[in-house]
Design a protein around this ligand. Structure first.
Ligand SMILES: NC(=O)c1ccc[n+]([C@@H]2O[C@H](COP(=O)([O-])OP(=O)(O)OC[C@H]3O[C@@H](n4cnc5c(N)ncnc54)[C@H](OP(=O)(O)O)[C@@H]3O)[C@@H](O)[C@H]2O)c1
Length: 445
């Protein structure tokens, strides 16, 4: 922690803001609304002095006349008239990356909400910030308004973290919650989310799990002192989740959530994003709608869950302003909790090594011996079944066999990804199955 000299402490902190969209405009509003409180909390007045966006004339819901205008965010980042650069443009390349690099290169601290940029270039940017002795702060990049970066980096500094997992994408949680509560299809809920502005016109990034993966890459680094490695994350989205899965989950005492999970095991660090069965009694299962949540398992604190708004202008601005306040106070922590050279670069655990319980839903041809054959394929790989349930719903005509099929749901005890995949390949090869098996991993409590 570094405190500046008294003279600097009392001079205003001049903020240059690039991107005055949903988050940027809310930051302007919040800094204005909390002006006096922030000045007394930090000992410095915080003033937005210059901004950059694409279209000068656009209505933004905030007054921008008093700020110097820059067409080019890179020129703003280099301006000698700002003390701090805030990047709220987005994107992992282009103007956002260039402007952040320029600001750091000019020895200006940077605050950003840009998880895509950090997931891709976080290590290089942190190294640059360190070399230049300036802060690179990104509280808003993960789980919006939830102060999870500070919690992991500072609040839990006395702990060894075993696992961090959470609902990191509000759009997916909204869709899964609506499907479950209203018994609607995935497609219906997705178009509803788009209508309400929760999902982009091209929703792949959210529903495919990629946005959650960017956030998980950052959380994992903070939790385990490892270099950000987004490429090593196993990513699956929620597109394949059907009402049948949600109903089976409900009957079995589970809910299905898209989770990002990072876990330290004796074999290495595992990072994965996929639909997950969580016990209905768990804290994370209670989180419905666009809300985000992060649970941390650690040795001293045991279990901690933070729940809150993961997106939206106001909530995200809350995190951006907290970072600005830290910088106004002269606080500078290593961006990822450790000096960049000390971050661990060892390889992440491949998904095949994952160990856990599995939910498997099969559409089985209604023939004698099918269930016994499935159980045998599992037993051959030492997979123990906690339950095997032929669901009571009447079977439907199978398009493949012209016979009827019955839905069968298996719950396994802990096994490995490799073994369950091998067993299911054998079940498919036996010819008893009408559709591709649905597999959902069960997260232990
Ligand atoms: N929205 C959220 O809830 C949320 C939550 C957490 C994190 N974030 C992150 O926060 C960042 C901003 O998100 P947002 O939702 O506020 O985006 P947004 O509403 O689309 O705003 C983006 C802003 O960047 C400006 N911009 C785009 N290209 C530019 C360029 N080449 N030069 C200068 N300005 C440029 C736009 O200018 P114009 O206004 O002139 O078009 C706009 O003001 C992203 O990294 C996002 O991932 C957002």
């Amino acid at each position: 922690m570094h405190f500046r000299g008294h003279t600097t402490m009392s001079s205003p902190l001049r903020v240059g803001l690039a991107g005055v969209g949903t988050v940027g405009a809310s930051v302007v509003t919040l800094l204005e609304r909390q002006r006096a409180a922030l000045a007394s909390r930090t000992g410095r007045s915080i003033e937005v002095t210059a901004i950059s966006a694409r279209e000068r004339g656009r209505e933004r819901g905030v007054e921008i006349e008093g700020f110097a205008w820059f067409d080019d965010p890179v020129a703003l980042a280099a301006s000698p008239d700002i003390d701090l650069f805030v990047e709220l443009i987005g994107g992992d390349e282009g103007p956002a990356r260039q402007a952040v690099e320029t600001a750091l290169g000019a020895r200006k601290p940077v605050v950003t909400a840009n998880k895509a940029l950090l997931a891709k270039h976080g290590m290089a940017l942190a190294a640059l910030a360190e070399k230049q002795h300036v802060a690179l702060a990104f509280e808003a990049s993960v789980a919006g308004g939830i102060p999870i970066v500070k919690t992991l980096r500072e609040g839990l500094a006395g702990n060894e973290i075993r696992r961090v997992y959470g609902i990191l994408n509000g759009t997916c949680n909204y869709i899964l919650s609506r499907m479950e509560l209203e018994k609607l299809s995935f497609e219906q809920c997705l178009s509803e989310a788009q209508r309400l502005g929760y999902a982009e016109a091209d929703p792949t990034f959210d529903i495919g799990g990629f946005d959650a993966a960017h956030k998980l890459a950052i959380l994992s680094s903070l939790a385990f002192g490892t270099a950000v490695d987004a490429g090593a994350i196993h990513v699956e989205g929620i597109q394949s989740i059907s009402l049948a899965d949600l109903e089976s989950a409900d009957e079995l005492g589970y809910r299905i959530k898209l989770l990002g999970v990072a876990e330290r095991s004796e074999h290495g660090i595992e990072q994965r994003v996929h639909p997950t069965m969580v016990l209905k009694s768990s804290a994370i299962a209670q989180v419905m709608g666009v809300t985000n949540a992060v649970t941390i398992d650690a040795d001293a604190v045991e279990e901690l869950t933070l729940v809150g708004p993961g997106a939206g202008g106001g909530a995200t601005a809350s995190a951006v302003v907290a970072d600005i306040a830290d910088i106004a106070r002269g606080i500078r922590s290593p961006p990822f909790g450790l000096p960049v050279a000390s971050l661990d670069h060892s390889a992440r655990l491949p998904m095949q090594r994952h160990e856990g319980g599995y939910y498997v839903r099969l559409s089985v041809h209604d023939r004698p011996g099918a269930l016994a054959a499935i159980a045998t394929r599992m037993a051959e790989r030492l997979i123990s079944l906690e339950s095997i349930v032929q669901r009571s719903k009447p079977g439907k005509r199978s398009p493949v066999s012209a016979g009827t099929t019955v839905p069968v749901v298996l719950i396994t005890y802990a096994t490995t990804e490799t073994l369950i995949r091998e067993a299911l390949a054998a079940v498919v090869a036996d010819g008893y199955i009408a559709e591709r098996p649905q597999v959902i991993r069960i997260e232990r409590d």
